[in-house]
Design a protein around this ligand. Structure first.
Ligand code: HEM
Length: 463
């Protein structure tokens, strides 16, 4: 499909309406087709209309920006034009008042900036040790052979890792702190109804609100205890406890809790899902898996033991993770609200429309990625280096001002998990390769999704 010209800015008056997808029904618009298979639906939109197109769900108009140039326009648009805050209001009862999407964009940027010290390299080295330890204890708890429910296993592992790296050892050590149940209830508070009416007093929302209060109490207790004993931990919580606003004010317990929950919600389930897809694709593509194992042997013969430096030298594994980011992005659409008209090429996106980029659609565009349906991690290695053609070709971690701040953490985590699991076990996919589950806010594999495992007889490559 030929892309339309896009760089000529024309005045809003001269610009035309964005092309609309065919097949919309009265009142419902494209709701049914979107629900059935959103990615197939968006691909149809692109084939029919090109890099900018619109569709309707009920009374709402959605405008999709597809492909690297369109992403550039989308991600560089100022917040006063494309606004994230109004779309993410459903997170306010979860993250809490006074943080993230409940405050001005500038204040949110200042608040998220408090997390940067917790993501610097020295901290990352410590987290990598935790990632290895947790993966090893996961392996120790398995038998000689058996079966794992992969999404469930990856969820458990990433919750344990995030608990220690973000919240600290106290939560991980105190199994009955009540945190696990409250976190579960808070997650269940995310539903379609809540997207439109976040404060509607449904039973799920009331449970969500109770869980949020419980979590503040649990975290406040830990913070008080740290202050009392002077204990210095190296985790996100401690970083936030020590942070100060520009005017010198420390964060309240509620703000620390809110930013920790923002990190957890942004980073835990997404990582679990991408870790699951990585395991699945590797075990569908055995020749590539063999190369990943060879790479592990070479790296760790040199390194001797599991290490941050070792992980950094596993490009074959890293490219497999990125290829899963491309083929199975956990967040299939990102949304902003157009507060002012936005002109792109010959078209104007009207104020009030919801502007969308879809990593799932854009990663399948054949003029950006060769043979896009195929799992081919080597596309990210020289000489192809396909993602380098444009900085916004691969957008599984977003782009622009709101791009993911946990990308390095997430990729290291997935590499650490699979390095340990592949060292200890041989796996085999025990169910047909699963389709994506679009019913959840993070797109993971549909169940059943099981891997059969057998403990390896060779000695571990780590001494
Ligand atoms: C595989 C795992 C992950 C994926 C696929 C992912 C994906 C994304 C995407 C697509 C965005 C942009 C959202 C938008 O533009 O609307 C984003 C933002 C964000 N991510 Fe991640 N993420 C992951 C892991 C993490 C982790 C581990 C953390 C925490 C350390 C994290 C923290 C954040 C935060 C705080 C934002 C909001 C940034 C802002 O609005 O300024 N993410 N993530």
């Amino acid at each position: 499909m030929a892309l339309q010209s896009h760089n000529t800015e024309v005045s809003a008056e001269a610009a035309r309406a964005v092309p609309e997808m065919s097949g919309g029904l009265p009142l419902l618009g494209h709701l049914r087709e979107f629900q059935r298979d959103p990615v197939a639906f968006l691909c149809r939109g692109w084939r029919e209309c090109g890099e900018l197109f619109q569709f309707g769900i009920g009374p709402r108009k959605f405008v999709v920006f597809a492909g690297p140039e369109a992403h550039h326009a989308y991600f560089k648009a100022p917040e006063e034009t494309l606004d994230a805050k109004s779309v993410y209001q459903f997170t306010v009862p979860i993250f809490g008042r006074g943080v993230a999407y409940d405050v001005s964009s500038d204040l949110m940027t200042e608040q998220l900036g408090f997390l940067f010290p917790a993501l610097r390299e020295s901290a990352m080295r410590r987290y990598v040790r935790i990632m290895f330890e947790e993966s090893e204890s996961f392996c120790d708890a398995l038998g000689q052979e058996g079966e794992i429910d992969l999404p469930h296993a990856m969820n458990e592992l990433t919750v344990n890792i995030a608990s220690r790296c973000f919240l600290g050892e106290e939560i991980r050590n105190e199994v009955d702190s009540g945190f696990a149940e409250a976190y579960h209830d808070l997650q269940n508070g995310i539903n379609t109804l809540g997207f439109f009416f976040p404060r509607l007093p449904t039973p799920a929302h009331l449970t969500r609100d109770r869980a949020r209060r419980q979590i503040t109490e649990i975290f406040s207790g830990i913070m008080r205890e740290r202050q009392r004993t002077g204990a210095q931990s190296e985790d996100f919580m401690q970083t936030l406890m020590e942070a100060r606003y520009k005017d010198g004010r420390p964060l309240s317990d509620n703000e620390v809790t809110g930013l920790l929950l923002t990190s957890l919600f942004a980073g835990q389930h997404t990582s679990a899902v991408l870790a699951s897809w990585t395991g699945l694709e590797l075990h569908r593509e055995i020749p590539y898996l063999d190369r990943v194992r060879d790479e592990m042997r070479e790296v760790y013969e040199e390194e001797g033991s599991l290490s941050y430096a070792g992980l950094k030298q596993q490009p074959l594994l890293e490219n497999a993770v990125r290829e899963c980011e491309r083929l199975h992005p956990p967040l299939i659409i990102l949304i902003r609200k157009a507060l002012r008209p936005l002109t792109y090429g010959n078209y104007t996106v009207p104020a009030g429309a919801l502007a969308v980029v879809s990593p799932a659609l854009s990663h399948l565009l054949p003029h950006v990625f060769a043979d896009p349906e195929k799992f081919n991690p080597d596309r990210f290695a020289p000489p192809a280096s396909e993602e380098k053609q444009h900085p916004l070709a691969l957008i599984g971690f977003g782009g622009g001002k709101h791009r993911c701040m946990g990308k390095n953490f997430a990729i290291l985590q997935i590499k650490a998990i699979w390095t340990v699991l592949l060292d200890r076990f041989e796996f085999k996919l025990d169910t047909p390769f699963p389709a994506p589950n679009y019913g959840s806010w993070v797109t993971g594999p549909r169940l059943p999704c099981r891997l059969r495992y057998r403990r390896r007889s060779q000695a571990s490559i780590f001494h």
